[in-house]
Each structure stands twice: as C-alpha cells, then as structure tokens.
Design a protein around this ligand. Structure first.
Ligand code: HAM
Length: 420
C-alpha cells in the first residue's frame, strides 16, 4: 500500500531551535507578535476553525477568489455545508453578533491556521497561519492611527528592512460603487485586450482589475479613473495625516490603485509588502469594514482590522539564536531515575531561565555526554551510584575547556543552578 503523505500545500512545522529554519522562526515570531498585541491592550479571541460555509460566502464575498475557487467546504453527516475558515475576521464578527456585543467596543487579537485552496508556490500555502487584530465599535479616526502604529511597532521590533506600507481610501459604499462604474465604463472599450481573468473580473469584481499582474492591463490602467477623484477630501486628508505622522518610523506610500481581495472593505485599506518576498510579496493586509456586521445580520458596527501572514513574515525576519542556557542531566543507571527526577524537579523550580534536559534513554556515559555536546549544552550534571551514596553530583562545564568538572553536594548544586 502506498505511504500516506501530507496534503499538497500543507506542511508539518517543527521547532529544531535553528533560527534559520522557517518553523523555528515562526514559533518565535508568534511569541513576539502576541506580546505586541498585548502591549496595545488587545484581548485574545479563539474561534472554531470550522464554520457554516454561508458565513464566508456572505462576508468575504461571492465574487472573491476565496469563495469562487479557494474555499475548503464540504457537507457534514447532516448535509450542512461547512467550511474551514479562510480568514479570521468573519468568525470574529459572527461571534460578536451571536453574543449581542455589537454596541460595545472591542480590541481583539487571534492567531491560528487558515485554509485556502490556492495553487501552492513559495509563500502561498493551502494551510497557513495568520495573526490578526480587530478594533470593533469605533468609527474612522483613532483606530486608523492605532493600526498603522501597531504595524510600525512590528516592523521596528523585528527590524525589517525593504518593506513598504501601502495605504489607500476606498471612500463610502456609494463612493466605491460610483468609482466601480466609472472603471467599468473606462475598461469596456478595451475588453478584448484584457486576458481571460481580467475579463471575468470586469464582469464580477471590477475593482480587482487594479490588482492585475498583466502588463497589458497595467498599461491600459495608466489612464484609468482614480479612486482619489471619487472620495471625500477628508479621506485624502486622513491618508496624508497618517503618512505625515508615521513616515519617520516606517516607509509609508499612498497608492490609489491598492485594492483588497476580500469584498467587505470600504474606507481605509492597507497592505505591507517586502521586496525580499518575490511574487507573493504582501505579508500583511487589512482595512475598514463598517458594513460587515449588519451584512451578517447584526447591528451596525464600525470595524477595522488586519492580519499578518506568518509564514511570509517569518521569511523576511532574521532572528538571533537567543536561546536559554541548556543543562543536561545525565543519569548513569536507570535505578537512580526516581531520585534524579526529584532533584531535577527542584532544579527546574529554582531557575526558570534554564532548559533542563534529563537523559531519558539507556546508554553509556560516553554516549550521553556526546549527546549533551551535540545539543550544545552549557553544563552536564552527572549522577551515578557513587555520587548518590555521597549525596553529591558532578558538574561538568561543556563550553569552557579551562574549567574542571567538580563534585558538589546536592545543596551546592541547587545554589549553583540558581545562580546560573
Ligand atoms: P488577506 O490579505 O487575505 O486578509 O490575508 C492577510 C495575509 O495573509 C496576507 O497578506 C498574506 O501574508 C497571508 N496569506 C493570505 N493567503 C495566504 C496563503 N495562501 N499562503 C500564505 N499566506 C497567505 C485577510 O485575511 C483579512 N482577514 C485581514 C483583515 C483583518 N482585514 C480586516 N481585519
């Protein structure tokens, strides 16, 4: 029988402690991003990964790529259409509506896997991880500044180079509709020159043509109407103000061609891209979505948010191996294990900054020492029959050849370990 393999575009992630390995970086990145969210006083929300498929059809939009061809959906045993979440925002809003919390304000963060049936390539997976934040219940103004501030904090914390935050304003629902109509009127005469994908977009979701990768479409678009002529002056003022306030911290660019792949946006939108990422260069995206809550059957609730693609983000950060000190506890014979575990238990409580690795397998002292060295341990603690009879252990420094190993009493071991 053929071996069972993981599914296309889905990867096993494991932490081998090497900060050049994508998954090790991913774990560290998750930790630090969470801390930043918490520093901004966001609270965690965890929603199920499986939802009613209609949630995404009604939120992300029936004309979006996600709903058209990327959604992982299937019927359960009761013939109910379910979907693996392709993003986090819709589930957060569903949860707020269900708990009748639309009339208060919330600052929420989440982190976890998402699923999209995309054509896998570098930086594009079918299962990937996002960390996101949503500010709910507050209209345009202060939350826009908080969003850009948090993005700048993340970029600065990881010392990212070569990245740009692109910002745009799609105006009100009515502004967006008038602009769409003007864009369609402009593009109709060029319809035959557009590729199949852009022709389809022209029919179903004209705004997305602005995102086209085709050079013919890009050249046609050079003279197309611009959203900036359809939105209020206050929208343009907001973009300029955000750029003015934060440009000394991060590279911010107003891009009137920036549109987003999900249908629920209106007003302020943004994306952060890195020139180090290749074709899939956007590592973060978001914007305002004031109509989503009422569209999903809730009360009106202004909202804004963003999500970071953690695999793409991890690709562009370089992290130092900031590991904790490692001590290997080597037990010479298995009959000593109960005593050794008790000593190790006490050691762990004395100093939480040290990783204590107790040797679990059988083997000679030599092979256990070899393993401790291979693991790059700083010290080995060795416990044999003789030591136990003397109520002592041997401490052997592994990184400093000039330092001798020494036998110490268990009490002295505790003092030594505490001071490490
Ligand atoms: P999104 O732009 O669809 O927005 O996704 C956010 C980020 O997730 C992207 O910038 C990208 O880094 C990453 N991403 C998307 N698809 C893939 C994939 N197939 N493989 C790897 N990474 C991927 C949202 O999901 C919105 N919910 C963001 C938001 C929150 N808007 C308001 N609140």
């Amino acid at each position: 029988m053929a071996n069972i393999k993981s599914l296309t575009g889905m990867q096993d992630l494991y932490d081998d402690g090497d900060m050049k390995n994508l998954s090790s970086k991913l774990f560290e990145v998750e930790k630090r991003i969470k801390d930043i969210f918490i520093n901004y006083k966001f609270q965690e929300i965890r929603t199920p990964v499986l939802e009613d498929a209609n949630l995404f059809i009604r939120s992300v939009g029936s004309s979006s790529d996600i709903v058209n061809k990327e959604i992982y959906s299937f019927n359960d045993r009761n013939d109910k259409a379910l979907a693996m979440r392709p993003e986090g925002t819709a589930s957060v809003i569903r949860s707020i509506i269900e708990k009748k919390l639309e009339l208060s304000t919330h600052k929420l963060w989440y982190l976890g896997p998402m699923w999209r049936y995309e054509r896998p390539q570098k930086g594009r997976y079918r299962q990937f991880n996002q960390a996101g934040v949503e500010i709910l219940g507050i209209p345009e103004g202060f939350p826009e500044y908080e969003m850009i501030s948090i993005i700048c904090s993340i970029i600065q914390d990881f010392d990212l180079k070569n990245c740009v935050i692109k910002i745009n304003h799609l105006g009100t629902k009515e502004n967006k509709e008038s602009f769409c109509q003007a864009l369609v009127n402009f593009l109709e005469p060029f319809k035959k020159e557009l590729n199949e994908k852009d022709q389809e977009r022209l029919e179903k979701n004209p705004l997305r043509i602005l995102d086209s990768k085709s050079s013919e479409t890009k050249s046609i678009l050079k003279n197309s109407p611009s959203i900036k002529d359809f939105v209020d002056e206050s929208s343009i003022d907001l973009l300029n103000s955000l750029k003015n306030e934060f440009s000394d911290l991060c590279n911010i660019e107003i891009d009137h061609k920036l549109v987003r792949g999900l249908d629920y946006y209106s007003g302020f939108v943004f994306e952060a891209i890195s020139s180090e990422l290749g074709a899939q260069d956007s590592f973060l995206g978001g914007g305002r979505y004031d109509y989503l809550c009422s569209q999903l059957g809730g009360k009106e609730m202004p909202a804004i948010g963003m999500a970071i693609g953690l695999e793409r983000f991890s690709e562009i950060v370089s992290l130092k191996n900031n590991q904790k000190k490692l001590v290997s506890f080597i037990i010479q014979t298995s009959n000593l294990e109960p005593k050794a575990y008790k000593i190790a238990h006490h050691l762990r409580s004395l100093n939480k900054d040290i990783v204590l690795d107790i040797s679990l397998s059988e083997g000679s002292l030599k092979s256990k020492m070899r393993k401790a060295n291979k693991n790059n341990a700083d010290f080995a603690i060795i416990l044999g029959e003789e030591e136990l009879n003397n109520k002592s252990v041997v401490i052997k420094p592994l990184k400093d050849e000039l330092k001798e190993q020494q036998a110490v009493s268990i009490d002295d071991l505790y003092s030594f370990y505490k001071a490490l």
